[in-house]
Design a protein around this ligand. Structure first.
Ligand code: HEC
Ligand code: HEC
Ligand code: HEC
Ligand code: HEC
Ligand code: HEC
Length: 162
């Protein structure tokens, strides 16, 4: 991937490219980026058009203030297509928007604290593999360990679970 990126920059095309809609599709992006929709459960919009959620490179001249060139903050993105809130989300009453993610304190706590926006090996696009013996098959124990066990809190699982 590094080589592709280097070549792209060398040929000077990247940020001056005026790409058309065809080229917003995943296959085009994967010429330079790692395939992030290869896991078993794929989020339908990511399969269709990466630019549902990301500013295309052609528009980087006027990027948004959001990390990862997202068109808006993660929760606002999700709510464009999903009618969920703390009262009608399947995990009813659970907070979905807080300043701090308990596992990744540099991140806010939001929809992507539990769901991967691209793909996952877990159902409902869960971000963490909670089926490992350590979490005893329960998503909830990943963050609420102390409610379930008095043994030491396990190491933080990787952000992008393999
Ligand atoms: C439903 C919205 C959505 C769609 C569709 C989407 N993304 Fe993302 N993407 C996100 C969010 C949210 C993040 C931020 C994740 C984070 O903070 O770790 C992100 C992060 C990224 C990143 C940077 C961080 C990382 O995970 O490596 C890349 C690169 C990326 N997306 C590429 C793509 C590509 C390529 C596609 C199309 C196959 C795509 N995205 C489709 C929402 C989306
Ligand atoms: C010709 C190579 C190339 C193509 C094709 C390409 N990108 Fe990129 N992309 C890059 C480079 C280089 C960067 C800047 C270095 C980096 O952040 O990885 C970048 C950065 C990004 C970032 C920010 C990553 C971060 O961590 O903040 C996102 C998101 C992204 N690209 C999404 C896309 C999407 C979506 C597509 C398809 C519509 C796409 N890219 C197509 C080369 C490419
Ligand atoms: C462009 C529209 C769009 C956006 C934006 C979007 N989604 Fe989705 N999402 C869909 C569609 C379509 C489906 C499949 C039908 C359904 O389950 O509603 C889906 C399905 C899902 C599922 C269920 C997956 C499964 O296998 O059952 C989850 C979880 C999900 N999305 C979370 C998110 C999160 C979190 C975000 C924000 C990062 C987001 N979505 C943003 C369109 C979108
Ligand atoms: C604390 C973790 C957590 C957070 C945060 C979270 N979810 Fe979920 N989400 C879940 C769980 C658990 C389920 C599955 C419930 C079930 O299958 O009974 C789920 C299911 C879903 C589904 C699938 C619904 C269906 O009927 O299949 C969607 C869509 C979804 N969430 C979107 C979101 C959005 C959008 C946000 C942010 C506003 C969000 N989630 C925040 C844990 C979370
Ligand atoms: C990614 C981390 C994460 C996951 C996974 C998670 N939670 Fe939470 N949960 C939080 C945070 C953050 C809070 C708010 C701070 C606190 O009370 O610890 C919270 C609060 C709660 C509360 C208290 C709600 C309130 O308003 O007082 C309950 C109950 C709860 N979670 C249950 C669950 C259940 C059940 C699951 C599994 C479906 C789950 N949580 C999964 C992070 C998570």
């Amino acid at each position: 991937m590094k080589t592709n990126i280097l070549l792209a920059v060398l040929f000077g095309g990247l940020f001056t490219l005026r790409i058309n809609a065809e080229e917003y599709r995943p296959e085009f992006c994967f010429e330079c980026h790692e395939n992030n929709i290869s896991r078993a459960v794929v989020h339908p919009p990511a399969k269709e058009l990466c630019t549902f959620c990301h500013v295309p490179h052609a528009d980087f001249d006027s990027p948004t203030a959001v990390d990862h060139n997202l068109i808006t903050q993660p929760n606002e993105l999700c709510l464009m297509c999903h009618d969920v809130s703390e009262v009608n989300h399947p995990a009813v009453g659970h907070p979905t928007s807080l300043d701090t993610d308990p596992l990744y304190p540099n991140r806010p706590f939001n929809c992507i604290s539990c769901h991967n926006p691209h793909s996952s090996n877990m159902n409902k696009l869960f971000r963490y593999n909670y089926k490992t013996p350590v979490y005893k098959g329960r998503l909830c124990t990943v963050c609420h360990w102390k409610n379930f066990s008095s043994s030491p809190v396990p190491p933080t699982p990787p952000w992008d679970a393999p």
